[in-house]
Design a protein around this ligand. Structure first.
Ligand code: FES
Length: 108
């Protein structure tokens, strides 16, 4: 049994060299909203869900991106409604939100 039932990592990388990064396209807003939603739903803590920051996950072309473990499901999102759906479906019930899944071909 792992310490957390699920773990979601958000890339919050912010490049300063002119190349695009998740930090330019709403990553922090998505992370903050997810963290607040998980806490409000009483899902945070041992045996439940952990929401974590990450550096570049090397899938920048699909940014902003987040990945959920243990399933290893990669998501892209646009707004808080997308985050709500990931929380309500995947983090709460284990149901993948197919419409937000990052295609396997998307890389850096
Ligand atoms: S900058 Fe987010 S995956 Fe690379």
């Amino acid at each position: 049994m792992s310490y957390y039932q699920r773990h979601i990592f958000f890339c919050l990388n912010q490049r300063v060299n002119g190349e695009s990064s998740c930090g330019d396209v709403g990553a922090k807003e998505g992370f903050d909203h997810c963290k607040a939603r998980v806490k409000a739903a009483g899902l945070s803590g041992a045996g439940q869900v952990r929401v974590n920051k990450a550096g570049c996950l090397d899938r920048c072309a699909g940014g902003p991106v987040a990945v959920v473990y243990p399933e290893g499901t990669w998501y892209t999102f646009i707004d808080n409604a997308d985050i709500d759906e990931i929380v309500d479906s995947h983090l709460l019930k284990g149901e993948v939100v197919e419409r937000l899944v990052l295609p396997p071909s998307v890389g850096r």
